[in-house]
Write a protein that binds this ligand. Structure first.
Ligand SMILES: Nc1ncnc2c1ncn2[C@@H]1O[C@H](COP(=O)(O)OP(=O)(O)OP(=O)(O)O)[C@@H](O)[C@H]1O
Ligand SMILES: [Mg+2]
Length: 400
């Protein structure tokens, strides 16, 4: 009745596309541009970023995404964005190079001055421009760690004539204003005609006209809802027997839809999804090591997981949507989450990612554990040295 996870191509969005295309044209002409793409969950922000990537021929593109569980790791988001550019670190004046190096944990040192880290980021982006414009994309910016968010805001206000495009996608979140005062693009629902087109692209069987109208009205043009709600309908419902409109917020109804699909998967496949949900780096080899530790036959589980359309395992692990990640998390019990955290802690390279390891270790522990508490304190010290006061406090909070 409802087709699987094929991509339809961008429907509508003429104005939004123009804004993005203008940014690229401007960068090609030697001017920088900044844009915050704002909108509710599933409205199409990531899709617009993908469109920008498709259009960015002849540009260098770097991407990062905020990850909810990494909000305590200082400079994690900025590091993700800048990692491919670090070969230009040597072009920077020494104080800036040291500040950024310390922020990223590449060298030891006192907590770097935030202003210097901001300047260093600015210099790094400028020196990475070279012959091609540089397009920097940050998705899910609402989940950036605080210092990364502040640094990017600092950078965004000072980009001028460097041929850099910086676009940040932010999920609208009540009153809390993230990345305020920057030029923004509000993404709204698709219009009725576009909504029907999107809906028709996924519903292959007959769909009662009144049901279709109702879905279009109820989703208010939210593409994710248009794609996902029909999946939850039974044959009776698509033929006209739909119940009253849902009273729960749309995102939780969509998440509930994902939850149902996750619950119907074999145990081992669900466990693999849980490992992916709890390990935000998205590193496939780490995930495989952790899965093997838990006795999962990885290849089979990967095949099943990909067939579900909820996740892909390419160079990096990618969930179909952030709501899949949260649904996977919810579908698991506390004991199961702890077991997975423990397997991840044991599989992670302690030299490369000491903070992540200790974070998994802490999440795997049921009660107070002296050894873990001591490691947490050491990590808090390191986070503090790197300038992450919020991170240091968060680690210490867990240690008590
Ligand atoms: N204009 C569009 N035409 C066709 N499909 C779209 C369009 N916009 C979004 N989609 C599809 O809708 C789904 C949700 O879009 P997307 O992931 O971009 O939302 P989002 O705003 O990034 O949500 P979140 O805040 O949760 O990250 C995706 O499957 C995407 O491919
Ligand atoms: Mg998104």
């Amino acid at each position: 009745m409802v087709r699987g996870g094929t991509r339809t191509g961008l429907i509508g969005r003429r104005d939004e596309r123009r804004v993005l295309d203008d940014l690229l044209a401007q960068a090609r002409a030697g001017r920088s541009g900044v844009l915050v793409v704002r909108g509710e969950a599933g409205i199409g922000k990531t899709e617009l970023l993908n469109h920008l990537v498709d259009r960015a021929t002849g540009c260098r593109v770097v991407r990062a995404a905020g990850v909810q569980s990494e909000m305590e790791l200082s400079y994690a988001g900025l590091h993700q964005l800048c990692a491919p550019l670090l070969s230009h670190l040597d072009d920077l004046p020494e104080p800036q190079r040291d500040a950024l190096g310390t922020a990223f944990g590449l060298r030891a040192g006192d907590a770097p001055d935030r202003f210097l880290v901001g300047l260093a980021t600015l210099s790094l982006l400028a020196s990475a421009v070279g012959d091609e414009p540089l397009v920097c994309l940050v998705d899910d910016a609402q989940w950036l760690d605080r210092v990364s968010s502040q640094t990017l805001q600092f950078v965004a206000r000072r980009l001028l004539a460097e041929s850099v495009v910086l676009v940040l996608a932010v999920r609208e979140s009540g009153t809390r204003e993230i990345l305020a005062d920057l030029p923004e693009l509000l993404v709204r629902g698709l219009d009725e005609h576009e909504s029907r087109r999107l809906l028709d692209s996924v519903v292959t069987g007959p769909l009662d006209a009144s049901v279709r109208d109702r879905i279009v009205a109820e989703t208010r043009g939210n593409p994710l809802a248009l794609l996902e709600l029909p999946r939850g309908l039974t044959a009776v419902e698509t033929a006209g027997g739909l119940g009253g409109p849902g009273t729960r917020p749309l995102s939780s109804r969509i998440e509930a839809g994902f939850l149902g699909r996750i619950r119907s998967l074999p145990d081992r496949t669900r466990q693999l999804l849980l490992i992916a949900a709890l390990e935000p780096i998205g590193d496939v080899s780490l995930l495989r090591r952790a899965a093997e530790r838990l006795g999962i036959s990885v290849d089979t589980a990967v095949t099943h997981a990909e067939a579900s359309g909820l996740i892909t395992f390419g160079t990096w692990v990618r969930f179909r949507h952030p709501l899949v990640r949260s649904a996977v998390y919810r579908a698991a019990g506390l004991a199961e989450r702890r077991r997975v955290h423990a397997a991840l802690a044991d599989s992670i390279d302690a030299d490369l990612h000491p903070e992540r390891r200790v974070w998994h270790l802490a999440s795997a522990t049921t009660g107070p554990d002296e050894a873990v508490a001591a490691e947490l304190e050491a990590t808090a010290d390191r986070a503090y040295a790197r300038g992450g006061i919020a991170a240091a406090a968060a680690f210490l909070h867990r240690a008590t």
